[in-house]
Design a protein around this ligand. Structure first.
Ligand code: MN
Length: 416
């Protein structure tokens, strides 16, 4: 992934808040999203604590061309369909606009706008690609065989549900479901509401059905990234999984951060994939690739109704993932399946090896219940609890870029 003048760490914008320390949206980021402020939803760019209105910039003559047109409407799918070159062209134009003559009339405060999904989610597939997540949970189940049989040979995945993906801030209703309680199968509100801290991957362009995207071209299918909470209902999931995999334990709701951090923005954070563990079989040739792991520090925090500030419970390194986003695309299309613009992939739970790097409660509980600073404890999530994700890409000599926030609050189950 090449870097250029838009990534220069010294670059500054006339939007003063873009230079604020610890801000997720400096001039080097330029994430795209769909916002509204009373009127119709339309394309915007996060910069500091502001949103640049793409349609207004077109009308004012400060942006022009097919890429900007494709990003100005109620969905980013037209831009995803144009592909990575169009996204790069738009990035260059946005960088020039936001470092050029000031135009504050093109901005809206992020605090004053509503954020929507970046596009209609066409399909949603969720992976399981963290060695530490699989190994930790698998060791508790069967210490002699902690990893699934295919783990070293392909990024394991299942087809999840596109219709229930919602932007950050949408409440999550505790679901009813079937599970085993005291030896009997019951249908009742879940007692095992969990989160999974994941990276979401938005797909660029479309491969013709029957024609795979080879690993050599797979990185060009990565349009951009978001934070993704794959809400998981463990009691229901455990009961329903064999032999066809997750279903109602996963399809109730998926939360995503609304800003799409483009693959271009993450170019400075590419790094080599971690080496395979001693004795592991080699990566199959059709999935073998060089440096495309991404240095992203991912965080989950929990806030209960009686806490005034959220408490961080997870800090996990995305660069540890055993399979990379490009490998997921190559695997997903390897049978000729057509991936579409507007398709969303979940990376799978991003856990690391350390205590505190468990990226879902099911893993945390292997060490015991969560103890919060106010003395409360948690096993799974209770009604009113809020889970908040954040993430920052970082590398020596580069300006860090962030993802904003992905949050959801648990509502009580509906009445019987
Ligand atoms: Mn998941």
């Amino acid at each position: 992934m090449p870097t250029d003048h838009t990534h220069a760490p010294g670059l500054t914008s006339w939007v003063a808040s873009a230079q604020a320390q610890g801000n997720d949206f400096p001039i080097q980021n330029l994430p795209l999203g769909i916002f509204s402020n009373g009127g119709a939803p339309r394309g915007g760019v996060a910069i500091g604590d502001q949103v640049l209105d793409v349609a207004a910039a077109l009308a004012a003559g400060r942006l022009r061309g097919a890429a900007a047109q494709a990003a100005a409407g109620p969905s980013l799918a037209p831009l995803m369909a144009l592909g990575r070159d169009a996204a790069t062209e738009l990035r260059h134009a946005l960088s020039a606009l936001l470092t050029g003559a000031p135009a504050p009339e093109l901005l809206h405060a992020q605090s004053a706008v509503a954020m929507h999904l970046p596009c209609e989610v066409r399909n949603f597939s969720d992976f399981m690609a963290s060695y530490d997540h699989c190994h930790r949970l698998g060791s508790a189940r069967d210490p002699a065989h902690p990893l699934p049989p295919a783990f070293h040979h392909l990024p394991v995945a299942y087809h999840s549900r596109a219709s229930s993906v919602r932007p950050s801030g949408t409440d999550v209703r505790r679901p009813w479901g079937q599970y085993v309680k005291d030896g009997a199968t019951v249908f009742a509100p879940t007692n095992a509401m969990d989160f999974e801290l994941e990276l979401g991957i938005w797909i660029a362009e479309e491969n013709e059905q029957g024609l795979p995207t080879p690993i050599s071209a797979a990185a060009r299918r990565l349009f951009g990234f978001c934070l993704l909470n794959d809400w998981s209902v463990r009691d229901v999931q455990r009961y329903e999984m064999p032999p066809l995999g997750p279903f109602l334990g996963k399809s109730l709701h998926t939360s995503i951060s609304p800003w799409v951090v483009t693959a271009d923005a993450l170019a400075p954070f590419a790094t080599a994939r971690p080496a395979r563990e001693a004795g592991a079989p080699p990566c199959p040739p059709h999935l073998e690739t060089s440096a495309d792991a991404l240095r992203i520090s991912m965080h989950a925090a929990l806030q209960t109704p009686s806490m005034t500030t959220p408490h961080r419970i997870t800090e996990a390194p995305f660069e540890r993932m055993y399979w990379t986003p490009a490998q997921m695309v190559a695997h997903h299309t390897s049978n000729g399946c057509n991936l579409l613009p507007g398709d969303l992939l979940g990376s799978g739970t991003v856990s690391g090896p350390a205590d505190g790097a468990e990226a879902c409660i099911a893993e945390i509980l292997l060490r015991g219940p969560i103890t919060l600073p106010n003395g409360e404890t948690r096993r799974y999530l209770e009604d009113g609890d809020t889970v908040i994700f954040s993430g920052q890409a970082h590398a020596p000599g580069a300006a860090s870029v962030g993802f904003g926030e992905c949050r959801g609050t648990i509502l009580p189950a509906h009445a019987a």
